[in-house]
Structure formats: C-alpha cells, structure tokens
Design a protein around this ligand. Structure first.
Ligand SMILES: [Mn+2]
Length: 249
C-alpha cells in the first residue's frame, strides 16, 4: 500500500552560521518530520509561496497536512493591534499559511495542527487569541506553559472535556501530562472547532473539527516532540492520523 504523503509547513529565516551567513533558508525540526516518518507517512516540506497555483499543486498532491508551530500570528488577522507582549511576527509565513489553510479547508484535506498551526486556523475562522497568557484576566493558577526545554515533557496536565472525540479514543485516558512551549492561547474559539481538552487553568490544549466529514485535530502543546523524543502516548496520535489517511485514500 502506498504511504500517505503528508504536507508540512516549515520555518524560514536568515541563516546565522558563518559559512552561509545571510542565506535565506527553509527548515524543519527533526521531531516535526520524524514523527510523521515513524508513523508510516512521507513528509513533504511546503516552502512558503504566495503563488496560488503552486499552493493548489501542493494540495492536489498531499493526502494530509500538518501545520507546525512558529512565530506569533500577526494580530491583524483577528483585528487587534500588536501588544507589547507579542513575540516575533513573520508576514511571509502568515500570507502563505493563510492561503494554504483556507484552501485546505475548502478541499477538506485532513489537518493536524500544532501550536501556531492551531492558533492560525482559529483566527482565520472567526476566532481570536490572547496575545500573551499574562493578559488572561483572573488567571491565578500560574500553571507553567512556557517550558522552553525539551526535557520538560510533563510540564502540565490536560483534562479531556469531550469523550466523544478522536483524542479520547486514541489516548484512552481522562487526562495526560504534556509539554508546553507557548505564550499565546485561544481566546474566542472558532465555530469550526470544538474543545476536547484543557489544562487546569482553562487553557484550550486540544481541539477537533465541527465540520461535517472533515478530520481536524489541533494541539496547543507539541505531540511531535513527545512522540520523537519520548515515544509516549502521543506517538499514537500520529499513528492514528497516518492510518486515517490510508483509509480514505
Ligand atoms: Mn500549555
């Protein structure tokens, strides 16, 4: 059986290494590609472009799409000014991923959204973000969400709030300890998404699709890091996604 081809968005920056200093590069984290390979999928990096014919060709060729983490989404996408607490913004990436995600939704390409990927999907469909977790009122629990260290694999807990979900049926537990590498989070939820799991302070950590016949699962945490480095329960999320792509092929 043919292995599913999984499109994956990528990072872009000016290289800072001596030999190729100033050279523009596209790149991916090893966990971002290997978590797909380990599950039996073939990752295909999708470099940024604003050429819609190229974006159409990307989507014609892939079976599923992973939208990975990265810079903060420009708050203009949810009609806010940039907060002083906002992180770096990448307009080239925003422009491409907005076209890519909207076209993927129109074509009902199965989606696996990670961190920024989830946040961007949410704001493209009538949702909004807290530009920083510190801006959430009455958030006194001080649950750590910014564990910028790969070893922080169990930095906080999430609780399943919807058992009629792919996530619950894959993880088969009411709760899970997860990593956390984000300083923003969903504020207003898109009507295209439903909440599946939240941390103890109410931060939305897992969502799924409200769209008929369109598989979407999204994570505020980083299952690819847990799958690649720790081979824990999150590995099954990738296994499920790749098997789902095989079934619908
Ligand atoms: Mn978190």
């Amino acid at each position: 059986m043919k292995k599913p081809l999984v499109g994956i968005t990528c990072h872009n920056k000016l290289n800072e290494e001596d030999w190729f200093k100033g050279y523009e590069i596209n790149y991916l984290g090893v966990s971002e590609t290997q978590s797909i390979i380990k599950a039996g999928g073939v990752p295909l990096m999708l470099p940024q472009t604003n050429n819609e014919a190229i974006i159409d060709a990307y989507l014609e060729n892939i079976d599923g799409l992973v939208v990975i983490g990265g810079e903060d989404v420009n708050p203009a996408y949810y009609h806010e000014d940039v907060s002083s607490l906002s992180g770096p913004i990448n307009d080239v990436r925003d422009e491409f991923e907005a076209l890519l995600i909207k076209s993927a939704v129109n074509k009902k390409i199965p989606l696996f959204l990670i961190c920024r990927g989830l946040q961007f999907f949410n704001v493209l469909y009538q949702g909004s973000l807290w530009q920083d977790l510190k801006l959430i009122p009455h958030n006194k629990l001080n649950i750590p969400h910014q564990g910028w260290n790969l070893s922080y694999k169990n930095i906080h807990r999430l609780n399943v709030v919807d058992k009629d979900s792919y996530f619950y049926n894959i993880i088969k537990n009411d709760y899970l300890y997860v990593n956390s590498l984000h300083h923003q989070t969903i504020n207003k939820l898109s009507p295209l998404l439903k909440i599946v799991a939240q941390s103890d302070d109410g931060v939305i950590e897992v969502v799924e699709s409200n769209i008929q016949d369109h598989f979407i699962i999204g994570f505020q945490y980083h299952p690819e890091i847990s799958s690649y480095y720790y081979h824990d329960d999150n590995t099954r999320l990738f296994d499920y996604f790749i098997n789902y792509l095989k079934e619908i092929a």
